[in-house]
Each structure stands twice: as structure tokens, then as C-alpha cells.
Design a protein around this ligand. Structure first.
Ligand SMILES: Nc1ncnc2c1ncn2[C@@H]1O[C@H](COP(=O)(O)OP(=O)(O)OP(=O)(O)O)[C@@H](O)[C@H]1O
Length: 653
């Protein structure tokens, strides 16, 4: 059985939902073919039988004109359902459309849509509707269109809020990084996430619209008699409520059961829609255990003494600040995020300042530092997507194009196509609602222009290339059905879909267990070697740097403090912070004794000292270090350090 069918069967196993579905099917059958339910004409009058109870001739009794209540109910269903459909469609199209745009685009669009929603919400619906039915008497379509519009304000708000939070999800960032346009992201990635929410809201709109429609008919604004309508029947029953209370039961029950069925079905459909991709308990457990940070057991450092090359491939290019053979050249890159360190402050906060770094073709460069030093912000800023709509200054030349000044059209040719991105947690960077193969094929087709069939073949090749032995099976899975290691391989395949020249990988092994870490690192090294792929690898792990990288760029408090070939980093680190990091590296520590640590913590952005930012934690700091900012000085063609005393060898312990 295929997945939607299996979900439908599971949902229909609930007795109440099954009853609701049967009832709604009956109402629908009445609306489409009332003659199948009753042989009587709804306007035929049988005066001798007026105000009669249920009988063989009239199973649900008659009204004061002797009209058969069953046939009036059956023939009234069409108008009732039509009104509900108009209201639901109007509210859903307007609510979802505007809510999506406001939530995704933000800014002026959000403000305008927000005001419109407030306006619609503040209008007294019943008064507006009475005016509309007075101007267009008996026109259910216009009345329900108006009502749907008024009800859309609620949908606008919930869809906007859900879109805003979905927009912050990493898989949306990944989709933008992969070069998808806004309509594609909304259609493929955001809308499916809102399915459950929209279904529930639409079912509520249906229930409210039905009640409102009946109320209008009850007030005499429904279809003119003798045309049958459920609300009109309730009005008729009201007139004879004392003499013949039974007349109220059939239409009242029909309205109540239909409202209840809409709500029950809405809930069930929501569960069904989300069940297709919702995280299973197993996947949740896997993810939780995967997130637990493990100590690195990456291949042991290849050259802690500086004797062997770091990258197990061809020799690295000359490397170093400003070398000619660069693919990516970042100069004085600063990132300012909106808001200040103090709550409500109007000024921005600089979280990364004056970063210089280079990556050559085929080179693997490690961006290292403690948590909060600015590694991720730097990586995302290179991709033009700093967190929180940050502002960039400086330059970032990639194969001749300054990415800081690139426009949307230029970004579409770069993101995903020439620069791939692998996020920290692959589970959250893959869209949970789509099968892996579908997501990959979409990326392949977009970047390469291949047709459906060749794109599918390429997907299987990519999955095989990243070490998945059964690519067919992997392609059919949803992200939550993958193990952590498989998901990271898929994420790497995703990043390679456009055959990029540069891969930016942000702690790609953090969420994995130790065995998988080593496998993924080996995969990155092999991929870089085979494709001559440049890699900027964000990591806090010097073991990974030693095993994989050609050069290292050490960051501290938003700045680069040292940049050099990995051999030099391990043989003769020049910045006290680098020395502190190396001394605190568990791979290099001797078994006996305590592991040295760097005392203190990284200062938060906005609290950086005026002079050397590391001075408060540095054992070598003197008064002169604290007076003025320290520049990044060249010590050699490939070595730069931000320290006034680079030749002293004590560690920051
Ligand atoms: N969206 C944001 N809004 C405000 N501040 C942010 C935001 N994202 C990052 N920062 C701040 O920017 C600084 C650098 O963060 P970043 O994530 O780049 O550090 P990191 O070195 O990558 O650390 P980690 O290894 O923990 O990811 C931190 O002080 C962080 O609090």
C-alpha cells in the first residue's frame, strides 16, 4: 500500500472520523443527486399531512405546508455546501497567499498585510453581511465571498506566524543557498509545512460559514421560499416551535452534525498530512543521541610536529594571505547585526570584524576557534546570508566576483552552483516533507538544466559517490528515515549537486558519532581530491584540522588572530590563543596530568576590549597590548598573526 493510502487507512480507523466522513459523503451525495435520496419534490405540498412527525410517507415528517422535510433537507444541501465552499476558498486563498508573502518577505509587505489583517479583524462581520445581503438579496455566493474575506484575517495571522518561523529553518537557508527562487521555496518547502495548519483553519472556516449561512437564512436573508435551505427550515420550525417542536430537529441536527464533521475531519486530515513527514520516535531518539557532542576520534593528527602534509592529496597551493592562486579571497569582511548589546538599542552590533582569508582551488582551509568566535557568521556571510539580516562591509572575491556586492541574479549563478554548503545538522537542512531523491533531483535539474530522467540518474550517481551503497533505497526515503551519517552524506550530495568549485562545510561532523565522523571526513578529503574542490571547513576541532586541512585560519572574538599552513600551525604556533588551543587539544595532551585550559571565556560582541581582544586571557599581555587594536601582521608569505609578541612561546594556560 502506498504512503497516502496507508495514512488514510490509519486515520479512518478512528470511529468518530469514519462517521464524520460517512456523514459528509451523504451530504455531498444529497448535494449532487438529491433525487437518489428522496423521490419527492421539496416544494410539493401535502396539506393534510402538515406538521406531521416521521412516517412511512415522510421519514422525517413535514412542515406547516406539508412539505417533506427529508426532501427539503436533501435539496437544501447543494446551496449549503456551495456557500461553505465559497467561504472556505476565499478565506484560504486570501489568507494563505497574503500570510505567506508577509511572513516570508517581511518588511513593508509584512507591515501592510498586518494592517489589512487588523482592519478585516476589526470589522463587525454580521453588520457587514447584513448590508451585503440587503444589497444583493438572496445571493449566497456574494454573501459567503464577503464572509470568507472577513474570516481570512485569522488565517493571514497564523500563516504569517508559521511562515516566519519556517523561514528561519536551516533547510530554507539551505534552499536559498542552493539558489532556489522565492516562489519555488514557498511552493516546495514552506507550503507543505503549513498543510496541517491550513487544513485545520479551513475546517473551522467551513464550520463557521455553515453556521453563519444558516443564521442568515434564519433571519430571512437566505434563498427566497419555497426554495429549500437548511437555515430557512430552521426559521420555519421556529414559527411552529410550540405546536410542533419536532420540525426543528432534522435541520438543527443536519447543521450540528455537519459542523462537527468538518471539525473532526479537519483534525484528522491535519494528522494525516503531517504524519507523512512527522518525525518518528525512533528518528527523534536518533537525533537526540546524535546531537550529543562526542570527542573527536578523527584520524589522528597527521603532522602534529609539522613533518607531514595535512591534506592527504596533492600539494597545497602556496596559500596564505593574499596569495595569487586564490579562488576565494575575503578582505576586511565585517558583519553588523541589527540591535545593540543592550535590549532595544538602535545601533547594530559588530559580530565579525575585518576578517581576511583565502582559499585556493582544491585547497582545504580550516576555520577554527572556540564557540562564539564568529566562524559560522563568517561562513554564512561569504554565502551572502548573514544571520538576522546582518550588514556586510569589506570584500569577498570569488572567481572575480565580489560577493558582498553581488545582486540576486548573480547569486543565483553562484549559490549551489559554484559554492555548495553543508550545514552542521543535516537533518534540519533537509526538507522533512520531501523524499531525498525528489530534493536532490530538484537541485540537480536547477543547477544543470538536465531533464527528469537524466537528473534521476545523476541523483543515483551522487548518492553512490558519497558512499551510500543502495542509492535507490536512500533516494526513496524521507530525511527522518535516514541515520545521522546517511543524512550527512545526503547533505554533501546535495551540496555537490551543482558540481561547485567551493564547498563551505560548517562543523559537518558535530552531530555524528565517532565512527561516522571519521567516515565523513574521509569522504570530504576524497571529494576534494577527486574534484579539485576547495573546502572552507568550519570546526572547533584541531584534530579535524590536522587530519584534513592544508591551512588554518584561527578566529577569536570576531577577528582572525592567526592564519598559516597547518604544518606551521602545529610546528610553531605564533599567537598565544593558538598555543592555548593546541595545549588544550585532547589529542595532543599527555595521558598524565590535567588537560590545560584557557582561563576565562570569549567576550561577547559589543564587549570586546579596545586593544588586543585576547589580552584579558593572555599570559603574555602587557599594558601596551591593551591600548590600541592590534593589526594582522605578516610573518612570512603564508603566515599572518595578530600579536605584538609573536616570538614568545608561553601558552595561555
Ligand atoms: N542571529 C543572531 N543574532 C544575534 N547574534 C548572533 C546571531 N548569530 C550569531 N550571533 C552572535 O555572533 C557571534 C558569533 O557567532 P557564531 O555562531 O558565528 O560563532 P561560532 O564561532 O560559529 O560558534 P559555534 O561554534 O558555537 O557555532 C556570537 O556571539 C553569537 O552570539
Amino acid at each position: 500500500m502506498n504512503r497516502p493510502a496507508a495514512v488514510a487507512v490509519r486515520v479512518l480507523r478512528r470511529p468518530l472520523v469514519l462517521l464524520a466522513v460517512l456523514w459528509l459523503l451523504l451530504v455531498l451525495a444529497c448535494a449532487l443527486h438529491p433525487e437518489l435520496v428522496t423521490g419527492r419534490d421539496p416544494v410539493d405540498q401535502d396539506l393534510p399531512a402538515a406538521l406531521g412527525g416521521p412516517s412511512a410517507a415522510h421519514p422525517l415528517g413535514t412542515d406547516r405546508l406539508g412539505q417533506d422535510l427529508l426532501s427539503r433537507l436533501a435539496y437544501g444541501a447543494a446551496g449549503t455546501l456551495w456557500g461553505v465552499l465559497v467561504a472556505v476558498l476565499t478565506a484560504t486563498v486570501v489568507g494563505v497567499g497574503l500570510g505567506l508573502l508577509a511572513g516570508y518577505l517581511g518588511g513593508v509587505v509584512d507591515a501592510l498585510v498586518g494592517r489589512l489583517a487588523d482592519l478585516l479583524f476589526s470589522l463587525p462581520a454580521i453588520v457587514i453581511l447584513l448590508v451585503v445581503v440587503a444589497v444583493f438579496p438572496g445571493d449566497v455566493t456574494i454573501a459567503m465571498l464577503t464572509f470568507g474575506l472577513l474570516l481570512s484575517s485569522g488565517l493571514i495571522r497564523v500563516v504569517r506566524a508559521a511562515t516566519r518561523s519556517t523561514r528561519e529553518e536551516l533547510f530554507i537557508a539551505a534552499a536559498r543557498l542552493a539558489g532556489l527562487s522565492t516562489p519555488q521555496i514557498l511552493r516546495r518547502h514552506v507550503l507543505p509545512r503549513l498543510r496541517g495548519l491550513v487544513i485545520v483553519q479551513a475546517s473551522l472556516v467551513a464550520a463557521i460559514a455553515l453556521v453563519m449561512q444558516a443564521s442568515l437564512a434564519f433571519l430571512g436573508f437566505g434563498p427566497p421560499p419555497p426554495e429549500p435551505s437548511w437555515g430557512g427550515m430552521i426559521d420555519e420550525a421556529r414559527m411552529v416551535i410550540v405546536r410542533h417542536p419536532w420540525a426543528l430537529v432534522p435541520p438543527g441536527l443536519a447543521v450540528a452534525l455537519t459542523v462537527l464533521s468538518f471539525v473532526l475531519l479537519g483534525d484528522a486530515a491535519r494528522d494525516g498530512a503531517t504524519a507523512a513527514w512527522a518525525t518518528t520516535k525512533l528518528a527523534r531518539r536518533r537525533r537526540r543521541s546524535g546531537r550529543r557532542r562526542t570527542h573527536p576520534t578523527v584520524p589522528a593528527p597527521r603532522h602534529p610536529t609539522g613533518s607531514a602534509p595535512a591534506h592527504p592529496v596533492e600539494p597545497a597551493p602556496a596559500g596564505g594571505p593574499g596569495h595569487a592562486d586564490t579562488l576565494l579571497s575575503v578582505r576586511r569582511l565585517s558583519v553588523q547585526l541589527p540591535g545593540g548589546p543592550a535590549r532595544g538599542a538602535r545601533t547594530g552590533t559588530t559580530v565579525v570584524s575585518d576578517v581576511d582569508l583565502d582559499v585556493g582551488p582544491g585547497e582545504i582551509v580550516g576555520l577554527v576557534g572556540e564557540s562564539g568566535c564568529g566562524k559560522t557568521v563568517t561562513a554564512l556571510s561569504i554565502l551572502g546570508l548573514p544571520p538576522g539580516d546582518g550588514q556586510l562591509t569589506g570584500s569577498c572575491h570569488f572567481a572575480g566576483l565580489d560577493l558582498v556586492r553581488a545582486d540576486d541574479r548573480q547569486w543565483r549563478t553562484v549559490r549551489g552552483r559554484r559554492i555548495g554548503y553543508v550545514a552542521q545538522d543535516p537533518m534540519v537542512s533537509l526538507d522533512p516533507t520531501l523524499r531525498v531523491g525528489v530534493q536532490l533531483a530538484e537541485a540537480v535539474r536547477r543547477h544543470t538544466g538536465l531533464g527528469r530522467r537524466p537528473a534521476r540518474a545523476r541523483v543515483l550517481t551522487l548518492l553512490r559517490d558519497v558512499g551510500l551503497p543502495e542509492p535507490d533505497t536512500a533516494a526513496r526515503r524521507y530525511p527522518h528515515q535516514l541515520s545521522g551519517g546517511m543524512a550527512q552524506r545526503v547533505a554533501i550530495a546535495f551540496a555537490l549537486a551543482g558540481d561547485p568549485e567551493l564547498l563551505i562545510a560548517d562543523e559537518p561532523t558535530t552531530a555524528l558519532d565517532v565512527t561516522r565522523q571519521a567516515e565523513i571526513l574521509a569522504l570530504l578529503a576524497r571529494t576534494s581530491r577527486e574534484r579539485r574542490l576547495a573546502v572552507l571547513l568550519v570546526t572547533h576541532d584541531l584534530g579535524v584540522v590536522a587530519a584534513l586541512c592544508d591551512r588554518a585560519v584561527v578566529m577569536y572574538a570576531g577577528q582572525v588572530v592567526e592564519s598559516c599552513p597547518v604544518t606551521e600551525l602545529f610546528a610553531r604556533p605564533r599567537h598565544p590563543y593558538t598555543r592555548g588551543l593546541l595545549a588544550a587539544d585532547p589529542h595532543r595532551a599527555s595521558r598524565a596530568g590535567r588537560l590545560p585550559t584557557i582561563t576565562g571565556t570569549v567576550p561577547a560582541p559589543g564587549q570586546w576590549p579596545t586593544g588586543c581582544r585576547f589580552a584579558p586571557r593572555c599570559p603574555l599581555a602587557t599594558e601596551s597590548c591593551r591600548h590600541a587594536p592590534v593589526p594582522l601582521d605578516r610573518l612570512g608569505p603564508a603566515h599572518a598573526v595578530r600579536c605584538v609578541r609573536p616570538d614568545e612561546d608561553r601558552v595561555a594556560a
